[in-house]
Design a protein around this ligand. Structure first.
Ligand code: AMP
Ligand code: MG
Length: 416
């Protein structure tokens, strides 16, 4: 008699919610210092504050003439040019101050001199010797970013848990961080199962299937900020499967693929039950990916419990379930603040017919142009069809209560 966990099939929303709840409780690994150039995609383990006011001086945003706006209320206006300030000008040059009916020639990025409250663009001026004719008036503050208006010294710019996007990296650089403290990447074990599954380098017999899931998952783990650890393929036999699962539970997260359906040789849940695994759900009302399993288990009584996902073996199911459920857990283990699952909206290009009951995430193609994004399903042979899926650039989300969706409707799309 096989010991199986009690079946708990939940809706997509419930499943996602449960994962998010558990993800909110996990702790990231230790912090390490990395060169800022190598920090893209990592998660900040420290907070980054402004080391001085930003900008540090009132900054000209145009090439032209720094003026007192009151002097150019009526145009044309003739002003005396008392000097020039370029970006990087010496402190002495920058200390220039202008009086009534005076101007300073100024370049983009240079400090606006005392007394001036605006910059007239060079295009609206005519220079003549020591004077300039201003042909357009300016409002106070025009083409000047005041000192400290972006941030005050010591203001919090990036809290711990920030995912280091290119903009965050640029900001960290601008306030003087050549190295940053980031969380260790979580180690994510990947265990593909199946008697028919063989190594990619081996020559398959007609009845064998190459292990593609370990590869697609490793790529997804990497893109989510984790370090993939590929375990050997497990046959559909309890003893070797158990041994490999125990190995996998040493990592920060274990992803299994295959062996979670109702077949006679689907042993993953049985083995995890024998390891005193705790199951939060054993299926979700989604397609592809319905047999998805989420829980936690420890390799031995003395070790802490490790979260695991049992992903269905079909290659598309594996990938979709990773995006929907495993990614937020890896992000949390990386120390990142939680982010909601983000969908785009696109106009359906041609009618879709399905059955009700499941939330579907079907491989689709986004096209169209700015302001009119269109989406269309790719033709596929179901959740084993990697060929079509590799051509798709998104998943079209079909709510569980829809049977027929007319062309022209706006639908949610999950980018891939
Ligand atoms: P299972 O979930 O074990 O019933 O497997 C479902 C389908 O996915 C079967 O057609 C398997 O051959 C296929 N499959 C399982 N594991 C892999 C894998 N690692 N790589 C490619 N296909 C797989
Ligand atoms: Mg199998």
């Amino acid at each position: 008699m096989l010991s199986q966990p009690a079946q708990a099939i939940v809706s997509f929303e419930q499943a996602r919610h449960m994962v998010e709840q558990h993800a909110a409780q996990v702790a990231p690994g230790p912090a390490e210092a990395v060169d800022l150039l190598a920090a893209a995609g990592r998660v900040l383990a420290e907070e980054i504050r402004a080391d001085r006011d930003l900008p540090p001086f009132p900054r000209a945003t145009r090439d032209g003439f720094a003026v007192r706006s009151a002097d150019v209320g009526g145009v044309p206006a003739e002003l005396e040019v008392i000097g020039e300030i370029r970006a990087g000008a010496s402190v002495a040059d920058s200390a220039l101050a202008i009086g009534p009916r005076q101007a300073v020639e100024i370049m983009t990025g240079a400090p606006v001199p005392a007394g001036a409250d605006a910059v007239v663009m060079v295009e609206y001026t005519r220079r003549g010797g020591d004077s300039v004719e201003v042909q357009r008036s300016v409002t106070p503050g025009e083409n000047v970013v005041p000192r400290g208006s972006e941030s005050r010294a010591n203001e919090l710019l990036l809290p711990g848990g920030t995912h280091l996007t290119p903009a965050a990296i640029g900001l960290a650089a601008s306030v003087g961080n050549a190295t940053v403290s980031v969380y260790a990447r979580p180690r994510v074990a990947i265990l593909s199962t199946g008697d028919e599954v063989i190594n990619v380098a081996a020559s398959p017999e007609p009845n064998q299937i190459r292990n593609s899931n370990t590869y697609s998952l490793a790529a997804q783990v990497q893109s989510a900020g984790g370090i993939p650890l590929a375990l050997p393929i497990s046959p559909d036999r309890a003893e070797p499967l158990r041994e490999l699962i125990e190995q996998g539970l040493q990592a920060d997260l274990l992803l299994l693929t295959g062996g979670v359906s109702m077949g006679k040789y689907d042993l993953v849940e049985q083995v995890l039950t024998e390891l005193n695994g705790e199951f939060f759900f054993t299926g979700a009302q989604i397609q592809p990916g319905k047999p998805i399993v989420f829980g936690r288990a420890s390799a031995s009584a003395t070790e802490k419990a490790t979260y695991f996902f049992g992903l269905p073996g079909n290659p598309v199911s594996t990938m979709v379930c990773f995006e929907l459920f495993a990614r937020p857990m890896i992000e949390a283990l990386s120390g990142a603040s939680p982010t909601p699952l983000r969908f785009l909206q696109a106009r359906l290009k041609s009618e879709v017919k399905t059955k009700t009951g499941l939330t579907r995430f079907l491989p689709a193609q986004l096209s169209g142009e700015f302001g009119n994004v269109e989406v269309e399903l790719v033709r596929w042979q179901g959740s084993g069809d990697m060929v079509s899926t590799a051509r798709a650039n998104c998943y079209l989300v079909i709510p569980p209560d829809r049977e027929k969706i007319a062309a022209g409707e706006m639908l949610s799309v999950l980018p891939k």
